[in-house]
Design a protein around this ligand. Structure first.
Ligand SMILES: Cc1cc2nc3c(=O)[nH]c(=O)nc-3n(C[C@H](O)[C@H](O)[C@H](O)COP(=O)(O)OP(=O)(O)OC[C@H]3O[C@@H](n4cnc5c(N)ncnc54)[C@H](O)[C@@H]3O)c2cc1C
Ligand SMILES: Cc1cc2nc3c(=O)[nH]c(=O)nc-3n(C[C@H](O)[C@H](O)[C@H](O)COP(=O)(O)O)c2cc1C
Length: 644
């Protein structure tokens, strides 16, 4: 258990102004958000107030004035903070900050990570160190949960949460006067969903509220309890509120509209993997110009079949298309970024289609909700097993990629109350794809190279990635919102600097954009690309272009692993070119970029680079020095790695 750290802080129960706990999370695939929401629920169950917020939505200028904060973050890339931590992180790194700017801020930190990565929970560790350096005071030992631990993340999280709840919260966070500390099965809803028309079937309206035991009311009763229905929001006409398609999405201000102009399969018919090249026409002059290796964020939609299955299973079909208004029900708690803004009018079907993920594999917190909601003894027993044993969840849900819709079909007694639906169902996450084109070569357009995620698990049921299957079904001509994020990889400003690009599979996407840019800069002759595929004829993307680039002076080498008697990978070609690699890296200060799947490839490429510059290859460094050189080269920004 993480020990509470004896606090020299001046904040105590007497400090009237510690009225709530701030919980800030940075999440990429949803685990940290889920963890933060779990902490929030525990705090609220104890009658305390808290605000749970994504770091990128938080005004960092406020941080020095916050007496008690919990930070929860995962680590991505190669020990990088998730993108949503970056605004806060960049602000905290500012050299001009006074060294005691966070004096008076008490904090606890839980980092999520996976110890199979070289830099385990690195973002959490860096954040902890920086907070302390700026004068913030840890009230608990920083704790890092490991996905690879025998009990997964829970192994570290459960004792940490206990320490927070027992050792910190009672001492630093008073129970507000008049707080309801009675424990019910379901906590008060955080977000309120209100039906706006008055034609509502009372039995459905009752699902907006809870019975005395905190369960959703199954039979509405004759009075049609309208708790949860807003009095303050003017009713809107049904036809206004429900107009449009379910897949019609809200476009946040910093996103732009794009039209799908082209979608082509670029692997051979019958090949094991379906990879598509997509071309999007971007609206708006600013976004139409993007830096090479920028990242496209796409917001997928749930399939009609899954939404219908959920609505039917939950007996919600009747109200699916009625207008609802949503808003935050707790003071200070903003709506999370995956939901429409407070006061927005929408329908349940649209929320399920565009904002909530029904295909995600349920996490522990979902089973905890089901346990509170099920009145069936057998279901309760099964759910207790899930909650007490992470292996059970792994076997039932994670390993076979069982979805939320499928899980609900197994727990038929559960009816999710509308009042809690926005809390219980996980967010529909945007997905990221590297842009494969440079905007100077394709003005106003962004090309993407996307592998359709298709696989079978031990249940032998075919599974499809949410975003890739949505794109697969998206018709040419469709208008979708897209956000273009700044790249994490940057070409050297001086085109005479040699550049080595390594991009097997779809990892070639940003490398192709770099190559286009280098050709435009007249730097083709000191640019080398190592591309990897299995077959020259079946999955060699952009094959026709490679020849053109060669003719312009670039070196493009293709490792087709299944073509010859022996398997050849990009790292093998790099070793073959040891003289050039050594010369470009050591003598000419060249940059190296590696992109693709985060399995063994990036490590093998680094090893090959180190080998080339060591005495075993064509260099003068001993093997340890060579490894350190490569490491340092990346740390100094001479290239970079993007893996997923
Ligand atoms: C910065 C960045 C750039 C990227 N660029 C590209 C790109 O250019 N092209 C590209 O194709 N991808 C790219 N990706 C990866 C892409 O974002 C992910 O593959 C994404 O998950 C696909 O979304 P999806 O909704 O189709 O799949 P999801 O619904 O998210 O499904 C993916 C999940 O399915 C599961 N899964 C997949 N295969 C199996 C299997 N065989 N067995 C068991 N479970 C499995 C895993 O849990 C995996 O996380 C990039 C990722 C990042 C972070
Ligand atoms: C592409 C990718 C890169 C990752 N890199 C690291 C890493 O460098 N270090 C680490 O400890 N964990 C790493 N992880 C593991 C995540 O931190 C872990 O899965 C976490 O639970 C994700 O939380 P999130 O869903 O809130 O983002 C990586 C995961 C992915 C998918």
């Amino acid at each position: 258990m993480a020990s509470p750290i004896a606090s020299s802080s001046s904040h105590t129960l007497d400090d009237e102004y510690i009225d709530h706990l701030l919980i800030l999370y940075a999440s990429e695939t949803g685990a940290s958000q889920d963890t933060a929401e779990r902490v929030g629920r525990e705090v609220r169950r104890r009658g305390r107030r808290c605000v749970v917020q994504s770091m990128d939505r938080y005004d960092v200028m406020e941080l020095p004035h916050v007496p008690l904060v919990v930070f929860i973050t995962s680590t991505h890339g190669r020990g990088d903070p998730p993108p949503t931590m970056l605004p806060l992180w960049t602000a905290l790194l500012r050299k001009s900050l006074p060294p005691d700017i966070l004096e008076g801020v008490n904090f606890a930190l839980f980092g999520l990570g996976d110890s199979s990565y070289e830099r385990f929970a690195y973002a959490g560790k860096l954040l902890h160190r920086r907070l302390v350096a700026l004068g913030a005071e840890p009230v608990l030992e920083a704790t890092y949960g490991d996905e690879r631990a025998p009990d997964g993340m829970e192994q570290a999280f459960v004792p940490w949460l206990e320490s927070l709840m027992e050792g910190v919260i009672p001492h630093l966070l008073p129970v507000p006067k008049h707080a309801n500390t009675e424990r019910t099965d379901l906590s008060e809803p955080i977000y309120r969903m209100s039906l706006l028309d008055d034609e509502t079937d009372p039995t459905q309206l009752a699902r907006l509220s809870l019975d005395e035991e905190g369960r959703p009311k199954r039979n509405g009763g004759s009075n049609g309890d309208k708790e949860g229905v807003e009095g303050s929001i003017a009713p809107v006409r049904v036809e206004d509120a429900t107009r449009g398609q379910a897949h019609e999405v809200l476009k946040p201000d910093d996103w732009v509209w794009a039209t799908l102009q082209r979608k082509e399969r670029v692997t051979a018919e019958g090949w094991w993997q379906d990879v598509r090249e997509l071309e999007l026409e971007l609206e708006g002059s600013t976004e139409a110009e993007y830096l090479p290796a920028s990242i496209a964020n796409l917001q997928p939609a749930m399939s009609t079949e899954e939404v219908d299955a959920f609505l039917a299973g939950q007996a919600l079909v009747d109200i699916a298309d009625r207008p609802v208004s949503i808003r935050s029900a707790l003071p200070d708690q903003p709506m999370p970024s995956h939901l429409p803004p407070s006061g927005h009018t929408t329908t349940l079907r649209r929320l399920l289609t565009n904002h909530l993920d029904l295909r995600a594999s349920p996490r522990k917190s979902f089973f905890e909700w089901l346990r509170r909601l099920s009145g069936d003894e057998r279901e309760q027993e099964r759910l207790d097993e899930f909650i007490s044993d992470p292996d059970e969840i792994h076997t039932y849900a994670t390993r076979p990629s069982r979805s939320i819709v499928e899980t609900l079909a197994d727990f038929r007694e559960v009816r999710i109350p509308l009042s809690h639906i926005l809390e219980i169902l996980p967010p529909l996450r945007r997905r990221q794809f590297s842009i494969a084109s440079s905007s100077s070569a394709h003005p106003g357009r962004a090309q993407l190279l996307i592998a359709m995620v298709e696989y079978k698990t031990n249940l032998k049921i075919p599974r499809r990635g949410l975003c890739s299957s949505w794109l697969q079904d998206l018709p040419v001509g469709a208008r979708i919102p897209i956000k273009i994020s700044a790249p994490t990889l940057h070409l050297p400003t001086d085109p005479s600097t040699p550049v080595i690009l390594v991009g097997p599979g779809t990892g070639v996407a940003p490398m192709r954009a770099f190559l286009e840019e280098r050709v435009r800069q007249g730097a083709a002759s000191n640019t080398t690309l190592y591309f990897g595929c299995r077959s020259l004829s079946a999955d060699q993307y952009f094959a026709a272009e490679w020849e053109q680039y060669r003719n312009l002076g670039a070196s493009v080498r293709v490792a087709a692993s299944r073509e010859g008697a022996e398997k050849v990978y990009v790292q093998d070609l790099i070793r073959e070119d040891k003289e050039k690699i050594c010369d470009w890296i050591v003598k000419s200060g060249g940059h190296v970029y590696i992109c693709g799947s985060s399995n063994a490839m990036p490590k093998s490429v680094r090893e090959a680079l180190a080998w080339c510059i060591s005495t075993e290859g064509a260099g003068t460094l001993d093997s340890e020095e060579a490894v350190a050189y490569v490491e340092q080269m990346f740390e100094q920004g001479r290239g970079g790695e993007e893996s997923w």
